[in-house]
Design a binder for this molecule. Structure first.
Ligand SMILES: [Zn+2]
Length: 215
């Protein structure tokens, strides 16, 4: 149901493709951070997993969304104080403009800014990576060489650019921005985890060779 990726990181990897839901990641470090909690009606699998780790939803300090699609973000509605919610401002405005009438997401407690993001003694880097949506971000955790990519890149694949606000050229530029980071893990929004420095390099090689010509 969930895997320990390394000390301080758990992945809830969604394997049932009949349900459109995303992978969720739980950072259990100076702050307890849940990345992309997924669809609300499918949140039970995350909640049960967290319970086995002794964590309730109230014990989550921060819910962070890589972008605003419902299969990544809808469960944020299940969280209340003291949990804080954060996402990119451009992405939030975009989603509210596009679908605010019928698709509810709470206003973030704070917005992600490109650059350094400090949670306790953990230093992350927020990287703006538009293309799948206009305000998609990746989160890089240099001390663990972990790269959370949302729907920018997957194991042997790339995010869709045919949805509203998508752009192939932007997606390509965004991939070029992250492909040379020193990463041992690609933790994507769908599909399997890519683990190991060489596997990460090979994954970006495959993406460049097989997908760049279409972008
Ligand atoms: Zn998406």
């Amino acid at each position: 149901m969930f895997v320990k990726v390394f000390e301080g990181l758990y992945g809830f990897i969604w394997e049932d493709y009949s349900q459109n839901n995303c992978n969720t990641y739980f950072i259990d470090s100076y702050k307890k951070v849940l990345i992309d909690p997924g669809h609300a009606h499918l949140f039970g699998h995350v909640e049960r997993g967290l319970a086995t780790l002794g964590i309730t939803p109230r014990g989550i300090d921060i819910v962070l969304a890589t972008h605003g699609h419902p299969d990544h973000i809808e469960s944020v509605l299940l969280f209340k104080e003291p949990t804080k919610f954060t996402m990119d401002r451009k992405e939030y405005d975009y989603i509210i403009d596009l679908a605010g009438g019928y698709y509810k997401i709470p206003e973030p407690d704070f917005f992600l800014q490109p650059g350094e993001l400090i949670f306790g003694d953990d230093r992350f880097e927020v990287i703006e990576t538009p293309g799948h949506t206009p305000g998609s971000v990746c989160l890089y955790w240099p001390s663990n060489k972990a790269l959370f990519t949302g729907d920018l890149v997957f194991q042997q694949g790339i995010g869709r650019t045919d949805l509203p606000g998508g752009s192939g050229p932007e997606l390509k530029k965004s991939i070029e921005k992250i492909m040379n980071l020193d990463a041992d893990y690609i933790l994507s929004g769908h599909g399997g985890i890519v683990a190991g420095k060489e596997a990460v390099r090979e994954n970006f090689r495959i993406i460049r060779d097989q997908w760049f010509r279409y972008l």
